[in-house]
Design a protein around this ligand. Structure first.
Ligand SMILES: CC(C)(COP(=O)(O)OP(=O)(O)OC[C@H]1O[C@@H](n2cnc3c(N)ncnc32)[C@H](O)[C@@H]1OP(=O)(O)O)[C@@H](O)C(=O)NCCC(=O)NCCS
Length: 284
């Protein structure tokens, strides 16, 4: 008999029972989206009969990192449940397990479970009341337009120029965002030089990405892209726009502050735990 403390792939009924918690975490725009995610690869939603759950996803196809998008359990159950996830991750060839983004006060709980801090993220917000809708034009010959499917390969390499291996998107992520969300690119004589990713999930507006090629920075393109994306998100009727950036990213923090975003108190933290016997995956 399966122990009540053992994780197993959730059945459709069990997935339905955990949905209110997943829904509260704003991870999917609808139950259908969540059910599609589960049924495409049922191992990604693991539950215990006690009602604990973990939602898993490969972090990036070029890395050996398995990410926990959510973990629903008490503090003392983080270690035993992540031990089980680690054992399964090793079998699938992953080398590292990534925590969900957690509040600073949960860091000791994860550290006791063998994780160490990978990075800290700041959340910023702009309220509609504080938004002066003065979109700026990009300088010179730069123009902004919606991204097209043909832009995908260039976007993948642009993103890789702007973010390190851990953060950069793989083509699967960007392809999904192109299909589901709003990508706007900045285009100059030399081709694509920047882009934004704007998402609205059940009225919550998020700027998921802002990137300008290193060779094209310092000319106002980042600010123009940011103002255009915020303006769009406000037009959807959102009360506020939220985004995250790394604590050490002083350029983006200066830009966000210039445009009126406020840094919220506290930090969110990613932690990583090695998977002892994991081998490196090379999928690209
Ligand atoms: C952040 C980023 C988008 C800025 O793009 P950019 O085109 O160089 O920015 P702009 O020229 O429009 O700068 C607008 C304002 O941002 C701030 N800023 C931009 N780069 C800065 C830097 N290196 N240091 C300090 N402030 C900076 C300034 O306030 C600037 O206004 P100013 O010119 O009046 O001083 C770009 O550096 C980038 O892509 N970085 C890597 C990816 C990233 O960090 N994305 C954001 C986090 S998700």
């Amino acid at each position: 008999m399966v122990s009540p403390a053992t994780l197993h792939a959730a059945s459709p009924d069990e997935a339905q029972r955990i949905w209110p918690a997943v829904n509260a975490a704003h991870l999917f725009d609808s139950y259908d989206g969540f059910e599609r995610f589960r049924s495409e690869a049922p191992w990604r939603l693991q539950v215990t009969v006690r009602g604990e759950a973990v939602l898993l996803e490969e972090w990036r196809s070029h890395l050996d990192v398995l990410a926990m998008r959510g973990l629903w359990c008490s503090g003392e159950r983080v270690a035993p449940l992540t031990d089980q996830v680690i054992a399964a991750a090793a079998g699938q060839g992953y080398g590292r397990l990534l925590s969900p983004l957690v509040a600073e006060e949960l860091v000791p709980v994860y550290e006791r479970a063998g994780f160490s801090v990978h990075g800290r993220v700041i959340v910023l917000r702009l309220d509609r009341r504080a938004w002066a809708d003065d979109e700026t034009d990009p300088s010179g010959e730069v123009s902004l337009r919606r991204a097209l499917a043909d832009d995908l390969p260039t976007l993948v390499s642009l993103d890789a120029e702007c973010f390190d291996e851990f953060w950069r998107y793989d083509s699967g992520h960007l392809e999904r965002y192109l299909a589901q969300d709003r990508l706007v690119v900045a285009e100059g004589p030399e081709g694509l030089i920047g882009y934004t990713l704007a998402t609205v999930v059940r009225g919550s507006a998020t700027l998921g990405r802002l990137a300008v090629k290193p060779s094209a920075r310092g000319r106002g393109t980042g600010e123009a892209l940011l103002r255009e994306a915020v303006s769009y998100l406000m037009r959807t009727g959102a009360d506020s726009v939220t985004l995250c950036t790394q604590e050490e990213n002083s350029a983006s923090r200066a830009l966000y502050s210039k445009v009126g975003l406020t840094e919220l108190a506290g930090r969110l933290v990613f932690l990583v735990r090695p998977v002892a016997s994991g081998g490196r995956r090379s999928r690209e």
